[in-house]
Write a protein that binds this ligand. Structure first.
Ligand SMILES: O=P(O)(O)OC[C@H]1O[C@H](O)[C@H](O)[C@@H](O)[C@@H]1O
Length: 517
């Protein structure tokens, strides 16, 4: 660790209290000059993105998330309106909900939110709620899966009486994601069972003309907010996806957008030495040899940022985890991201980080302010905040002493503005990195394979259900009848047995298990 290296390489934006320390990544001059042509190309690529290029060629789409906090950048008036009009409308809507002009059919005011969505249509709102939604005007609950037990748990937290004052926000860009559809059907069933009109409690955020959009119209939803195809799910937190729930919670969304705009303004500059997003992208490249050979462990030393690593997991891994580069070469790119929070993780997996397989670099996030208000001394002279800082500094040093690299990002405190700063920092780093390794960061072709296989399973499950009779059969026998794979059939049968739709008699191995009605 070298003071002169720290002092000369630190990137600071003092006007909003941000700094990025990559001194422990050992980026040397030879690396930086070797990367210079790629860096120039990355600056050109992102300038093209911001001016409306089709940066997602497979899907023929523009990539417009940077316009969400600076609509005047968008290349046409229509696109600018597609940012500003929904933003104005959602603010008015939130105000009407808060003041009771939009109210539940049974009277009173909406008191809580149930958000139904998955992936980018849940992770951003979850991060926002956790980081800056504490003591929100309306508490928020989530259905972010098709797990019936998870759904039941949330419904029981809300309670049947609570449904009457719950505003359900269904979010799906495509409007056809099965988990979200299922969650909505389950929520509607709960309202139906309570004798309440689901549509009069629901709002949709979705692409115009989608299945969800049609359902919302048909069910008489209270409101519909559009989502544009030039905003990807993982970068949608500053679109209607993130802002509708945030505004309803009473979060200062203007400040959130302003924080992102402030970071964008700094990281739009074509100066690699002062551009924090470019420095991050270069540090990732150096650490993983441009091939993702090192995982990124994200350690925010602040409880309210606990979901930031999960959020970055989607942003980074869904964007960068690609089989092919833009020239069609097989590259299998990506950077694995995991983490939770410091100092908690020091008592869990940091042992391996310090002493075990050196397959990662750490990204520590320092929040300078410990708490608002006075701190007690937990021992003579030291507060809890002193300890948190001590553990951050100590871990960073201990890792470096054993040859493990780390990045440290510092912000003054966790506010809507600073969360915007952090998200924008990483969004642009992802865009830059994608350009450095020449991949499309804005599509997700790999996600489709699992969805298609799930649909095949559901078809098979239907076939198996219809073959079950009182006479016991093995998986192999049903596989023969249905011309399917015996193991696939076996998994259908055990699922039916576990859910009360079949009887199972256990044999000495799965091939001998028999199933009947
Ligand atoms: O918003 P939706 O269309 O429902 O999509 C929800 C999520 O599911 C997809 O499978 C994608 O991989 C994600 O990027 C997306 O955020």
């Amino acid at each position: 660790m070298s003071w002169s290296n720290y002092a000369s390489t630190l990137i600071r934006y003092p006007q909003f209290g941000f700094s990025l320390d990559t001194s422990l990544m050992d980026l040397d001059d030879a690396f930086l000059s070797k990367m210079a042509p790629k860096v120039e190309k990355a600056f050109a690529d992102i300038a093209a993105i911001e001016s409306g290029a089709i940066a997602n060629p497979d899907e023929g789409r523009m990539v417009g998330h940077y316009w969400l906090r600076k609509p005047e950048l968008a290349p046409t008036q229509e696109l600018r309106d597609a940012v500003t009009k929904p933003l104005a409308a959602l603010k008015v809507f939130a105000e009407k909900v808060h003041t009771g002009q939009v109210k539940p059919p049974g009277g009173g005011i909406f008191q809580r939110i149930l958000l139904i969505g998955i992936g980018g249509s849940a992770l951003g709102p979850q991060l926002v709620a956790e980081a800056i939604g504490h003591n929100a005007r309306m508490p928020i609950h989530f259905f972010d899966n098709t797990d019936p037990a998870g759904i039941d748990r949330v419904l029981s937290d809300i309670g049947v009486a609570g449904l009457a004052h719950t505003l359900v926000v269904v979010i799906s860009k495509s409007g056809g994601t099965p988990e979200t559809r299922n969650g909505m059907v389950e929520a509607k069933a709960a309202y139906d069972a309570a004798g309440m009109d689901f549509g009069k409690h629901a709002v949709a955020v979705t692409g115009e003309g989608s299945k969800l959009d049609h359902f919302a119209t048909q069910q008489g939803f209270i409101a519909r907010f559009p989502m544009e195809d030039w905003v990807g799910g993982r970068t949608s937190v500053m679109s209607t996806v993130g802002l509708v729930p945030a505004a309803l919670q009473g979060i200062d969304i203007d400040s959130f957008l302003a924080g992102a705009a402030a970071m964008d303004a700094e990281t739009r500059k074509h100066d690699a030495a002062k551009n924090a997003s470019m420095r991050l992208a270069l540090a990732w490249y150096a650490a993983g040899n441009g091939k993702g050979e090192k995982d990124m462990v994200v350690l925010p030393y602040k409880d309210s940022l606990v979901l930031f690593s999960k959020y970055l997991q989607q942003l980074v891994m869904e964007s960068l985890g690609k089989e092919l580069d833009l020239a069609g070469n097989k590259v299998n790119q990506g950077i694995a991201v995991y983490g939770n929070k410091g100092s908690t993780d020091q008592h869990a997996y940091v042992q391996q980080l310090r002493d075990g397989v050196p397959n990662f670099f750490a990204t520590l996030i320092e929040v300078r302010k410990g708490r608002h208000g006075e701190s007690i001394e937990v021992e003579p002279g030291n507060s809890s905040a002193d300890y948190l800082q001590g553990f951050l500094r100590g871990t960073r040093k201990a890792l470096y002493d054993s040859g493990r690299k780390s990045i440290t990002i510092s912000i003054p405190e966790v506010t809507p503005f600073q969360l915007g700063v952090l998200i924008a920092l990483f969004e642009r780093a992802v865009s830059f990195y994608a350009s450095l390794v020449n991949i499309n960061a804005y599509h997700q072709p790999g996600v489709e394979a699992g969805k298609k296989a799930a649909a095949v399973f559901l078809d098979l499950l239907g076939a198996v259900r219809s073959r079950l009779i009182s006479e016991a059969k093995t998986a192999q026998e049903i596989a023969f009848e249905t011309d399917a794979d015996a193991e696939d059939i076996y998994h259908c049968l055990t699922h039916l047995a576990a859910n009360g739709e079949a009887q199972i008699a256990i044999g000495s191995n799965p091939a001998e298990d028999t199933f009947s009605l």
